[in-house]
Design a protein around this ligand. Structure first.
Ligand SMILES: NC(=O)c1ccc[n+]([C@@H]2O[C@H](COP(=O)([O-])OP(=O)(O)OC[C@H]3O[C@@H](n4cnc5c(N)ncnc54)[C@H](OP(=O)(O)O)[C@@H]3O)[C@@H](O)[C@H]2O)c1
Length: 335
């Protein structure tokens, strides 16, 4: 049973224009009303992702077709959320007030209250903290989906497979290292000097410090190259694979492949025209996928690498940390 009284307004972190993290500021906004197929969540934790940075910047510009041509139509950023259901839409049968859930917020999670579609949340298992649950939405799902796309699906025995994870200390990479290692694969993580111990602790068998050794100097012996950074051309990563190995170029950032849209076009062109082994994926949450992540959190198979937990009033700082491209795991914000 919930004890939460829902106020009319809330102090959220919002922006009126596109730009860097300094466009974000505290603002008094109406508490959102859930649509018929949504719930309203009293936020206990929010976690940030590069996708939130893209929406804050309005870049790549093509995003503005959906997010607002000249200014953002949704003013509150943040997608990953965990908390307590305090209201349900008319068509929601599965959730009740008082349920503790995690998943994808529709109205922005850098706020005390956020709406979420009923099919994009799952129950937080007993013993799992709100911080860990929020930290495990987009990044853990993308790590799972990326490995699935690479031919190492959940439950498959990865013994004997050699997996290279570029960006192993980032949100997705830190989950991908744990997932691939748990499946028995031999995991090589690429990170900078300061993150080497953390990546080893996640289960990597070998760690490459990209500040001292070029990734492109590695031997051509990987069955899977999962790139979450985009700093090395995908053809150079392809050169590190065995004759049957695959590359998963996963990055929305600018880089030698030309940014998110060009990367996807090149990936498909190389896959189809050159018959090279590239795999792409688009990760979207569902209750079933989140439940699987929740089980892994509950049984200790997955532990999020949390960079820092900041109060909501420091939401702009939290976003700047993610925007730097150098967060160690997840940045979490609590109201
Ligand atoms: N396909 C999909 O559906 C999907 C879903 C979600 C996200 N994505 C994309 O996936 C990408 C990665 O997301 P993320 O959340 O993992 O990002 P992230 O957490 O922001 O990644 C930050 C990490 O990248 C590391 N890094 C930076 N430069 C590096 C380099 N040259 N070599 C190795 N590591 C480097 C940093 O380590 P240091 O500080 O040590 O440099 C830091 O730990 C994003 O571009 C995002 O848009 C795709």
């Amino acid at each position: 049973m919930t004890t939460t009284t829902i106020p009319d307004t809330m102090t959220a972190i919002a922006h009126e224009r596109y730009g860097e993290a300094d466009v974000l500021a505290s603002a008094e906004l109406p508490v959102p009303t859930p649509a018929p197929d949504q719930v309203l969540i009293r936020v206990e934790a929010a976690a940030l992702n590069p996708a939130d940075v893209f929406l804050m910047r309005g870049r790549p510009r093509v995003l503005r077709l959906a997010a607002g041509l000249t200014r953002p139509t949704i003013h509150v950023r943040g997608s990953d959320v965990s908390g307590e259901v305090v209201a349900v839409g008319d068509k929601v049968a599965h959730w009740r007030r008082g349920d503790r859930v995690f998943g994808e917020a529709a109205s922005g999670s850098l706020a005390p209250f956020a709406t979420a579609a009923a099919g994009r949340i799952a129950r937080i298992p007993a013993g799992v903290s709100a911080t860990d649950a929020a930290a495990s939405v987009m990044a853990a799902l993308a790590a799972r989906d990326g490995l699935d796309a690479a031919g190492l699906p959940a439950g498959a025995d990865g013994t004997g497979k050699r997996v290279l994870i570029v960006g192993a200390s980032g949100g997705i990479g830190s989950f991908a290292v744990q997932l691939a290692a748990a499946q028995g694969a031999h995991v090589t993580g690429v990170c900078s000097t300061r993150n080497m111990d953390a990546v080893r602790a996640l289960g990597a068998d070998a760690v490459v410090d990209y500040t001292r050794e070029a990734v492109t100097d590695l031997p051509a012996w990987f069955d899977v190259v999962f790139d979450n950074v985009g700093a090395v051309p995908m053809e150079s990563l392809h050169a590190l694979t065995t004759p049957t190995g695959v590359v998963v170029p996963n990055s929305g950032l600018d880089g030698p492949d030309g940014g998110a849209i060009m990367r996807v076009l090149r990936l498909h062109a190389r896959r189809i025209l050159l018959r090279r082994r590239y795999r792409g994926f688009y990760s979207a949450p569902s209750t079933a996928k989140l439940e699987a992540i929740g089980r892994s959190l509950a049984d200790g198979a997955l532990t999020p690498l949390v960079d820092e937990v900041l109060p909501l009033s420091r939401g702009s700082e939290a976003m700047a940390r993610v925007a730097s491209g150098h967060a160690r795991g997840k940045v979490v914000v609590t109201p």
